[in-house]
Design a protein around this ligand. Structure first.
Ligand SMILES: Cc1cc2nc3c(=O)[nH]c(=O)nc-3n(C[C@H](O)[C@H](O)[C@H](O)COP(=O)(O)O)c2cc1C
Length: 192
């Protein structure tokens, strides 16, 4: 059976650390079976922040357009891909202690489909790249996703890109071991 995966890239920079790790993971995932992957670079998409109009929980709206948001923008593409996927990858750098604003905007808009039907029974792979902190974000995914929805599996891949001696950002392509870790996780999850 074809496995479906969806990837949300949170970094504004292409080919950065988080994207590179996600690509290694996907390479591994694809070795073991037929896999359909939908990738979204949220920085390059039109995603308006949630307005908390709460239309998504009003009965009229639910009847009219179930599990979607009244704001018609690029989120509509993400909703349908997310609904179909068994594996969800969130790849983001830490910006000021949390996921990037771009990814946060997308996640806020996921409120429209925040039910067990859509978030449950999935495997989440959270890829976080950082200099000094990642704990707040890991804790969010553990509590708000793995701890909240049913039958959820959560894996994390963490990469510190700061070279503490030079103060420079070291691209993950220099860290074979990390790329291997991401690849192996993908390989272990691929359907054989
Ligand atoms: C605006 C900005 C804010 C950042 N804030 C943090 C932070 O609060 N904590 C941290 O550990 N790293 C922080 N970083 C470092 C990035 O998370 C790190 O460079 C990461 O590896 C970049 O990933 P990318 O290549 O996928 O974009 C920040 C970087 C930028 C540009």
């Amino acid at each position: 059976m074809k496995m479906k995966a969806v990837v949300l890239y949170g970094s504004p920079r292409r080919n950065g650390n988080s994207e590179t790790l996600a690509k290694s993971f996907l390479e591994g995932l694809k070795t073991r079976g037929i896999c359909e992957v939908k990738e979204f670079y949220v920085n390059e998409m039109k995603i308006r922040p949630c307005q908390m109009c709460q239309s998504c929980s009003k009965p009229e709206q639910i009847e009219l357009a179930p599990n979607s948001c009244v704001i018609r923008d690029d989120m509509q593409e993400i909703y349908s891909a997310f609904a179909d996927a068994e594996t969800v990858v969130f790849a983001t750098p830490i910006f000021w202690g949390y996921m990037t604003a771009q990814l946060k905007a997308a996640l806020d808009r996921m409120e429209a489909i925040a039910s067990d039907k859509y978030f449950g029974r999935k495997t989440y792979v959270v890829i976080i790249t950082y200099w000094r902190h990642y704990e707040t974000l890991v804790s969010f995914f553990r509590r708000a996703i793995a701890g909240y929805f049913s039958d959820v599996k959560l894996h994390t891949i963490l990469y510190c890109s700061l070279d503490k001696d030079s103060g420079e950002d070291i691209h993950v392509s220099n860290c074979k071991q990390k790329l291997e870790e991401a690849y192996e996780l993908g390989r272990s999850m691929g359907s054989g």
